[in-house]
Write a protein that binds this ligand. Structure first.
Ligand code: SF4
Length: 423
């Protein structure tokens, strides 16, 4: 059986949970090109491009089934959660369409019983020394451009006990780095404990033996919990790293986006993080081409990025999503202008990233080695998350994948560093 995961790390965790339940009943491969009898496609339904990719994957699987290369095609995840009725009508060759909370039903369609005793266990698909840890599902926010609450539903925190049990399972299986993920990380606990518990949760995970790095992704700026700043500052296992999507800096646009804070408050929070957490690697994400975005408002964003000098940055072009609040607004920024703004923002970021990387030359860092690639071993510092951030390329004879080394940086380019092992 081939389980294919599209979309984000939260979807990947769902696939890993599914694969653990299937283990023993099927020979499982993940994202493989090898022929297999059954394909389960865990789809993404977030924005236009992602939806297209998911539909293409389904259609090619159906084609393979018609050619007798596949016996069964099962579709799950966000796209089929959102468009099950349309998909069922249009792609009748698929054996089953399931939503994001239908694990037992997916298993039943594969003649496998749900095993409650495997709660908190997964078949980890990332390199065995790091894993994503999803602490909640869904989102209570109403950002105007975002369909996730429509797909994943309301915010549901897992209990601290359940999450710690999962962290212990992962640590016992060799995981050293945990990447905490959610739709809205800093909202953790408000539903279950009636108060923000992210700081306490991180401390509890840090106490799990074997875990050496904890990385925080998808923090939300409004209502940012102060006590989390103290945990990042004082707990040596928590990477001096924070991923906090800000989306824009213009107050008019942030208001229209229903982000719950204006430009001044956004700036205030970022400067506070910079002041209280020296050396913090700050990752953020911005949307360009939101309805009505003027050249002046975009210039405001460029100036903000220039001022803050984010260590890591992602940019999305606005894409209208039906049933979201922004869908009613005219998508009036032309495609070529969106593309131009994305290019200008990423060009600025490239020069900032290069300058910041140059400042690392000569310094030494703790590096976790992820893989070997040609003549290099490739790793990351605590300031780099897998797949999205910088890497450290080490020309060395023999390093252990999954081990930490002290590395001196000898050269830098815009998005990568080159180093040699000191110890
Ligand atoms: S916080 Fe906003 S952007 Fe993020 S998942 Fe929730 S609604 Fe979407």
């Amino acid at each position: 059986m081939n389980v294919v995961t599209l979309g984000c790390s939260k979807n990947l965790v769902d696939s890993e949970v599914l694969m653990k339940q299937l283990e023993g009943s099927y020979r499982i491969v993940h994202d493989s090109n090898d022929p297999s009898d059954v394909m389960v496609i865990n789809t993404c339904g977030f924005i236009g491009d992602a939806k297209e990719e998911s539909v293409d994957m389904i259609l090619s699987a159906v084609e393979a089934k018609k050619e007798g290369l596949l016996k069964k095609v099962i579709v799950t995840g966000c796209l089929s959660q959102r468009y099950a009725a349309e998909l069922k009508e249009e792609i009748t060759e698929v054996d089953g369409f399931f939503g994001v909370n239908d694990l037992p039903e997916v298993l039943k369609s594969l003649s496998v019983d749900y095993k409650h005793e495997l709660l908190g266990e997964r078949l980890v698909t990332t390199p065995s020394h790091y894993a994503y840890l999803k602490i909640s599902e869904g989102c209570d926010r109403s950002c105007s451009f975002c369909a996730i609450p429509l797909i994943r539903g309301k915010h549901v925190s897992k209990s601290i006990e359940e999450i710690v049990k999962e962290a212990e399972f992962l640590a016992a299986n060799g995981v050293k780095e945990l990447l905490l993920i959610a739709q809205d990380l800093t909202y953790y606990g408000l539903d279950l404990y009636r108060e923000r518990k992210i700081a306490e949760l991180v401390e509890r995970i840090a106490a799990v033996e074997g875990i050496e790095w904890i990385r925080l992704h998808y923090a939300y700026p409004a209502g940012f919990p102060e006590d989390l700043i103290a945990v990042i500052k004082n707990n040596p296992k928590v990477c001096n790293y924070l991923d906090i999507p800000l989306q824009h800096i213009s107050t008019r646009i942030l208001k229209s986006m229903k982000r719950g804070l204006d430009g001044a408050k956004t700036r205030e929070l970022v400067l506070k993080l910079r002041k209280e957490l020296p050396g913090l690697a700050l990752r953020s994400t911005f949307i360009v081409g939101y309805p009505g975005e003027t050249e002046e408002e975009f210039q405001q964003l460029l100036d903000f990025v220039q001022e803050v000098r984010f260590d890591r940055l992602g940019v999305f072009q606005y894409s209208p999503e039906e049933d979201t609040a922004a869908f009613a607004l005219e998508d009036d920024v032309p495609g070529e202008v969106k593309q131009d703004r994305e290019n200008r923002l990423m060009d600025l970021q490239q020069s900032i990233s290069f300058e910041l990387n140059e400042q690392k030359v000569g310094k030494t860092f703790k590096v976790l080695v992820d893989r070997q690639e040609g003549d290099y071993f490739v790793g990351r510092t605590e300031f780099d998350s897998p797949d999205v951030d910088n890497e450290v390329l080490i020309e060395s004879g023999n390093l252990q994948i999954g081990s930490f080394y002290t590395v001196q940086i000898i050269r830098a380019d815009a998005y990568d560093l080159f180093g040699k092992v000191i110890s």
